[in-house]
Design a protein. Structure first.
Length: 148
């Protein structure tokens, strides 16, 4: 695992734009494929199906994704495991609670009201705001350290 992290950091230092572009494309592609394929887990569009989709998203995917994101961010910033654990302890709960204030409503409306072919577009549009929030949240403490 350390070799993978070291290789990633080396590539990121040498080619930051290329690595981040490829990384973003892969992550967004996986997200889009997952969103499109999720309809096969719960076919149909009734109210109970919508609630199952949102429940699955919020109880399984969101907590996992936020944890993975914070880990990946820490590694990309060159932090060690101890610092990453500290950052996760500090930020994870607040980000997850904010997620629960935004995404269930977005997903309920999206799954229930939005035609399937536009669902990914809706999620990606809201994700722009969400990603901005996460970036701000995780950089807030980083900026405080720099100013001190």
């Amino acid at each position: 695992m350390n070799r993978i992290i070291h290789s990633y950091q080396k590539l990121l230092s040498a080619h930051p734009f290329l690595v981040q572009t490829v990384q973003t494309g892969v992550l967004m592609g996986v997200g889009d494929v997952t969103a499109q394929r999720s309809r096969y887990f719960y076919g149909g569009s009734g109210k109970s199906v919508v609630l199952k989709k949102v429940g699955l998203d919020q109880l399984c995917f969101s907590p996992t994704f936020i944890g993975c994101f914070l880990c990946a961010l820490g590694f990309a910033q060159g932090k060690d495991f101890q610092q990453i654990r500290k950052d996760i302890s500090r930020d994870y709960q607040d980000i997850l609670l904010t997620n629960y204030k935004i995404w269930p409503l977005v997903q309920l409306g999206n799954f229930y009201l939005t035609p399937l072919q536009y669902q990914t577009l809706v999620v990606q549009a809201v994700a722009i705001c969400w990603n901005t929030y996460i970036s701000w949240k995780t950089q807030l403490r980083q900026q405080d350290k720099i100013e001190k």
